[in-house]
Design a binder for this molecule. Structure first.
Ligand SMILES: *Cc1c(COP(=O)(O)O)cnc(C)c1O
Length: 241
């Protein structure tokens, strides 16, 4: 009998990870095909929050180019540890101004622009007159609960103007999470009309970041260009640190 070595405690098998990644890529290709689109129009952002840097490294070895994180300190540490990898880091969590100023040192894309104060934190300052230019998405709140992340749909244009005024954020489009109590496709259809409105402010801001593990097919059907997928690829997330 062949003895298969047990993986080290805490390590996840690479074959499991590889199989889940392949399954998600297959599902994305199917959904794209059903919508008359092709998978190469879509950017897969693998959400690696709470997982160790070693997992991100394995994903990069499997061809993943874009990763998403939602906590500043954790993202900063992982980006530093993995600085040798050609990864694009997407920040997808709530930000405060102070952390936003720090996040721009390692992040390439900030998907969670949802308040003027956060947007303004990316503008040049006296101390940092020439900061890095990042890609930015306006996060839209698709629920009726103003406590949720994102700006109200009717405030999207004003925030977009503010983003353009920084000169240091390239406005790429809109981002949203589907509400729990609504059919995701209906919510993503609303996001699509909001995206069309945004383009009247900035015609090149055509991207739509929508769709997670459970609803990426619906998002693709409604025009998503960026998918943020965590657990379907990484397996169960460790508890929040
Ligand atoms: C955690 C998270 C995701 C990924 O969710 P999964 O259900 O694990 O795919 C996507 N978007 C945001 C904003 C998140 O916080």
């Amino acid at each position: 009998m062949r003895v298969v070595p047990e993986p080290a405690v805490g390590a996840q098998s690479d074959t499991g990870l590889e199989a889940r990644l392949a399954a998600v890529r297959g599902s994305i290709a199917d959904a794209a095909g059903a919508a008359g689109r092709t998978a190469d129009e879509l950017t897969l952002v693998v959400v690696t929050k709470y997982h160790p840097a070693a997992l991100v490294r394995r994903l990069a070895g499997l061809g993943v180019t874009d990763v998403g994180e939602n906590r500043h300190q954790e993202a900063q540490a992982k980006a530093a540890e993995l600085a040798d990898l050609p990864l694009t880091w997407h920040f997808i969590g709530q930000l405060q101004s102070k952390k936003a100023r720090q996040a721009r040192r390692y992040a390439h894309v900030v998907q969670s622009l949802d308040r003027a104060s956060v947007v303004d934190a990316f503008a040049p300052t006296e101390a940092e007159p020439d900061p890095r230019v990042l890609d930015g998405f306006v996060q839209v709140n698709l629920t009726d609960d103003p406590g949720r992340g994102g700006v109200a749909p009717d405030a999207v244009e004003a925030l977009a103007e503010r983003i353009l005024a920084t000169g240091t954020l390239r406005l790429r489009g809109v981002m949203a999470v589907a509400p729990l109590d609504e059919e995701p496709r209906a919510a993503f259809a609303r996001l699509r009309t909001i995206s069309e409105r945004l383009r009247t402010v900035e015609p090149t801001a055509t991207d739509i970041s929508a769709g997670m593990s459970g609803d990426h097919a619906e998002a693709i059907a409604e025009g998503a260009t960026h998918l943020r997928i965590g657990t379907a690829i990484t397996g169960k997330r460790p508890d929040a640190p």
